[in-house]
Design a protein. Sequence first.
Length: 184
Amino acid sequence: MKKTLIITGILAIALIVAMTGTATAAEKIGFVNMRTVIQESVPGQKGFAEIKAMFEKKKAEISKKEDELKKIKDELDKQKSVLTPDAYQEKETNFQVKVRDYQRFAKDAQDELAAKEQNVTAKLIPEILQVVEGVGKKDGYTAIIDLNNPVIVYHDKQDELTKKIIDEYNKSAGKPAPAAKGKK
C-alpha cells in the first residue's frame, strides 16, 4: 500500500510539473529596442537624414553669428580706450542685444530640431507598432517588451527581436534591408 501511495504521489508530482512546464512553454515573451528600430530602419534613417541636413544648416548659421559676435566684441575691446564712456556704453548695449538675439536664435534652432525629431518619431512609431504586432501574432508571442522601459532588469538575448523588427519594417516600407551593423 505504501508503494502505491509513493508511486501515485510521484506520478501526481510529475503530472503537475508537466502541466506547469506546458503552461510556461505557451508563454513567449520577446524584446525589442524601439529606439534602435527607429534609428536603423530605412524609414527612420530617411527621417533622420532630413534632421541631420537641417542640423548642419542651423549649425552653419549659428557659427556665422558666433563669428560676427566675436568680431564685434574684438572691435569693442579695441575701441574701449578711445571711446567716451557714453559711446562705449551704447556700443556695449548694442552688443548685448545681438548676444541675446543670437541666444534666442540658437534656442529656436534647437527647439525646431527637437520638434522635427518628435514629428519623425511620432510618424514612425505607429508603423513600427503594426509590424511588432504582426511579428508577435505570426510568431506566437504573448508579449513583446520595449527594452527602453526602465522596469526591465533582465532579458534573454535570444528573445530580442530588434533586428527582426527592423527587417520586417523595411520589408513593409518596400525597401531593402541595410547592411548589418553587428547588433541584434
